[in-house]
Design a protein around this ligand. Sequence first.
Ligand code: IMP
Length: 435
Amino acid sequence: MIVGAQWGDEGKGKITDLLAERADAVIRFQGGNNAGHTIVRNGETWKFHLMPSGILYPGKTCVIGNGVVVDPKVLTEELDELRHRGVDTSGLRVSANAHLIMPYHMMLDDAGEARLGKLKIGTTRRGIGPAYADKASRIGIRVQDLLDEKILKKKIVAALEPKRLALRPFARDPRLDLQSITEEYLAYGRRLYEHIADTTTLVWDRLDDDQIVIFEGAQGALLDLDHGTYPFVTSSNPIAAAACIGSGVGPKDIDEVWGICKAYSTRVGSGPFPTELDGELGEELRQRGGEFGTTTGRSRRTGWLDLVALRYAARLNSMTALVVTKLDVLSGLDKIKVCTSYRGEDGAVFETYPYHQTVLHHASGEYVELDGWSEDISDARSEDELPENARAYLRFMEEFIGVPIVLISVGPGREQTMWTAAGLETAPGRAIPAA
Ligand code: IMP
């Protein structure tokens, strides 16, 4: 399983894509098109929002699990683009039980943010929260409903009914016309028909045959609805436990949980970020790391690596291995800080992640300063090609978190990746062999 160990955007797509070569299936289990991942393959760039990362391997089984919220417009557009660029998409399977994002969910997302004003969450405005809310309220519309006109229409009416007041500002919006929504969604159903499946059984069959299945998380632990920085979180659970619910397997089916983290921190949207760098250095990291959202194009907030939050993410996920991405972005810094504890407003020191929102909002990072390196490391292909200080940085992380680093990424390209000694030593015996 691949999960985000920070606030999302850690590079999960690249790592999943890399590992997918050896896997029989890749399955997404939560989130929706609020996610975005960029894959660079042979100099070509691909940006996906809903599509599981293994899709670039011809015919690979790529599953959108029941826990995902699907905007069928986005999905059909991604399918069109892939086909247009000559990619075989026959392996895509979409759970019939996955919930749909409807036009009114996007309107409610917008209206909700506008209503919150200064307190807004900074959502991606893709309708994610309202779609999951309908699912929990049992008035959601599922992928299978796209295949039955009568049921679809009835369910749309039932879903719109309790929203009448909130949707009043959009009363004349043509996007809310019952007949046109129904027709539009039936057309998506026809387009997606060949991909709609009982994906739970599909995954069970793969596992029963001892095949390799990769579970691909979206967002990251600190955006988890239950364990993240609520209310500044997403509306699903990006942590490992959710993979079981969002795909239909049991916890014992999971052999490995790999947490992906950047060598520094970023966050999009509002909410506490104790290691945030506001000034010039923050801007420099943003520029060097290309820290602009794949989905919304928004500037990401940047900061030093937060080991308190990372250790919390490791425990939440039962992380068995760590993958560090974007190490190259830190090259050229004289000193690099890593946050090892927080200091609260009253001077109290926190070695662990504070559960109380107020404490977290006022906490600032306490740092250890490590020596930087000046070399460009984007061409390094093995750990011993890294400068000693870069290796020391990774060692510090690993020892603090207590989870071995198995892979290091030093650029967006597929080849800009190296296995560590720990990765090489253990990978061949693990579920996923080393490349
Ligand atoms: P929502 O998921 O669109 O409701 O947004 C809720 C919060 O999660 C906002 O702060 C978003 O910026 C953040 N978020 C959602 N998806 C991602 C992602 O893929 N990467 C980073 N942040 C995300």
